[in-house]
Design a protein around this ligand. Structure first.
Ligand code: 3AT
Ligand code: MN
Ligand code: MN
Length: 563
């Protein structure tokens, strides 16, 4: 069998070497990435290596100890082995200072998942330099989160159907997945996908530098987030890898420039794949739009290269696709200007303008009375926000529902139940905002409210000569409209918001007495219409200061031309 001369599902677009100008801009790109602080220090890199060495030894010790307890001989217990593999940004070589190390612990068949969360977790806790060990054994991908010598570590485990795990074990063989627990297959997946991506790019250094640039850009433009319907780290990595395949001899600056234009013009839902989808030994679903209607619904399918292949962009909605497409376009224009010397790379990394862009925003406020329950509740609400976005997309006069990629957390110290209710509704008065923990200590009826607020920007379809608009929001029953010549135009979003709150309350751990969920609309600014200026008493809430960086806030009052 002849091996193809290229990597990927099609031949390359061009095999040319980069031009001198592309080499120049690659140098300046790397300088800018350094200036932006995307690289860690040498000291931190060294610490990571030491930490990984200690972790590898600890996993071997763990396997050894459990092996002895299962009655294996000393020699057999030592031969049982145990190995760690990294995945995520560290394995790809694009991690920044403070990134975690995603680590997979592979153990032989006589070591169980329970051992991992009992024996190994305890061993970790007793290890010097280890703090904050917390296991989540019932997660979809069970995980231990920890910190060793200041480096955050995510640990997952896979138990293979092998009696020994040798040091030179590779996870590439699909047959290793036979007879494994589903959680082990899922845990192996991250590592198998990352390794496969690295095998499928023509030049790993070029890939890394280009990906570093794309990641920073996506973060700054607030389109880096899988749960909110944008792309996560693995999906961005696969997109960059595909461009690298299409231009096997191009250097990073050239890859970045091709990246944006190709992604802008990509004919979705044609999938991005790094190799043909393969069948394998498990009775599991592999992505296949011909077979499965759910896969057909993927708008921007980006398919993982390791068996069983899956779509990494299942969460993309009509709105998030539109937003990303617009960003690809803008970025490609910026890079064009960089290449001709009319812009600098720092322009590509300029901050998003989410909180300046829309007239109307929805606030989704998740609240509870304690920090631990708040993490779970706000995480649940966040993971459902794309359901709200999709429901909003069905509202006729809404052109776009743009979810922001992170929630804003606050703790408010309340003296009365009334204040607690107000905070849960998003009304944090100045008096409450100023109050400190000490101010409610020992006060009867005093309590802390933890809240996380998510934002969705709304674009209302323009209607000819309509300056009047009424927003109806079910939860707060506020009507809001500007008096206008055409009569109030209603935008009724009570159905999507009510359905959404019902949906999040269906969470199995939902507790009506402890958890609050409120959706309300707010505005960016108050519009003053000169002749009617005094009538702007319909005081609806405005975007709060905390969404802006210092000095970023625009005037709260927008003067509107008399019409
Ligand atoms: P950082 O540099 O760490 O921010 P990263 O790409 O390494 O970037 P993560 O550590 O969050 O990002 O994730 C690494 C991989 O872990 C990506 C995915 O394969 C897996 N992963 C992350 N979050 C989850 C999750 N909630 N459930 C299952 N797998 C996850
Ligand atoms: Mn990571
Ligand atoms: Mn992680």
């Amino acid at each position: 069998r002849r091996t193809p001369k290229y990597l990927g599902v099609t031949p390359p677009i061009a095999v040319a070497e980069s031009t001198p100008r592309e080499k120049e801009v690659t140098v300046t790109l790397l300088e800018e990435l350094r200036r932006q602080g995307t690289f860690e220090s040498e000291a931190e890199a060294k610490t990571r290596e030491i930490v990984l060495g200690r972790l590898a030894a600890l996993v071997k010790k763990f396997v050894h100890q459990v092996s002895l307890s299962r009655g294996l001989s000393e020699a057999a217990a030592t031969a049982a082995g145990g190995k760690i593999f990294t995945f995520g940004s560290y394995r790809l070589g694009v991690h920044g200072p403070g990134s975690d190390i995603d680590t997979l612990c592979v153990v032989p068949k006589h070591v169980s998942r329970e051992d991992f969360f009992d024996v190994f977790e305890d061993m970790l806790k007793e290890t010097e330099g280890v703090i904050e060990v917390s296991g989540v054994p019932d997660a979809y991908v069970p995980i231990i989160k920890t910190k060793i010598s200041g480096i955050p570590i995510d640990l997952v485990m896979a138990r293979l159907a092998l009696s020994t795990i040798p040091d030179d074990l590779s996870l590439q063989d699909d047959n290793l997945l036979r007879n494994l627990d589903e959680r082990c297959v899922r845990s192996l997946n991250g590592s198998r996908v990352t390794d496969e991506i690295l095998r499928l790019v023509p030049n790993v250094t070029v890939f890394r530098n280009a990906l570093r640039c794309i990641k920073l850009w996506a973060q700054r433009r607030a389109i880096y987030s899988n749960v909110n319907g944008f792309l996560g780290g693995v999906a961005w990595a696969m997109l960059v890898a595909r461009i690298c395949q299409l231009y096997p001899n191009a250097i990073a600056g050239a890859i970045v420039s091709r990246f944006f234009i190709i992604m802008y013009q990509w004919t979705w839902p044609q999938p991005v794949m790094l190799k043909p989808i393969e069948d394998g030994p498990l009775p599991v679903r592999v992505w296949n739009p011909k077979l499965y209607p759910a896969d057909r619904a993927h708008r921007m399918p980006i398919i993982t290269p390791a068996y069983p292949s899956m779509c990494a962009t299942h969460n993309v909605t009509q709105s998030t696709q539109m937003i990303m497409t617009e960003e690809f376009k803008k970025a490609s224009e910026t890079v064009d200007r960089v290449i001709v010397g009319k812009a600098s790379w720092s322009d590509l990394f300029s901050k998003h303008d989410f909180f300046h862009k829309y007239r109307y925003y929805l606030q989704v406020i998740a609240s509870t009375g304690g920090p631990d329950v708040q993490i779970k509740w706000s995480g649940t609400v966040e993971s459902r926000i794309r359901q709200l976005v999709m429901k909003l997309e069905y509202v006729e006069s809404l052109a776009l529902a743009h979810p922001f990629i992170k929630g804003f957390e606050q703790v408010s110290y309340c003296l009365t139940d009334e204040e607690v209710r107000a905070v849960a509704q998003g009304e944090i008065s100045e008096a409450i905002a100023k109050r400190k923990k000490e101010d409610i200590e020992g006060v009867e009826g005093g309590s802390a409210v933890y809240s996380t607020t998510f934002y969705i920007g709304l674009v209302v379809e323009p209607r000819q000569r309509t300056s009047s608009l009424a927003l109806v929001c079910s939860v707060t029953h506020q009507y809001l409209f500007e008096a206008g010549s055409v009569g109030p135009r209603k935008l009724d979003i009570s159905y999507p918001t009510t359905e959404f709150t019902k949906l999040v309350k269906m969470w199995e751990k939902f507790d009506e007495n402890k958890m609050g969920i409120v959706v309300r609309h707010i505005r960016r600014y108050i519009i003053l219409r000169p002749p009617l200026a005094t009538l702007i008493v319909l005081a609806s809430a405005l975007l709060p200061d905390y969404v802006f960086d210092e000095g970023e806030r625009q005037p709260r009052l927008a003067q509107k031309r008399p019409n």
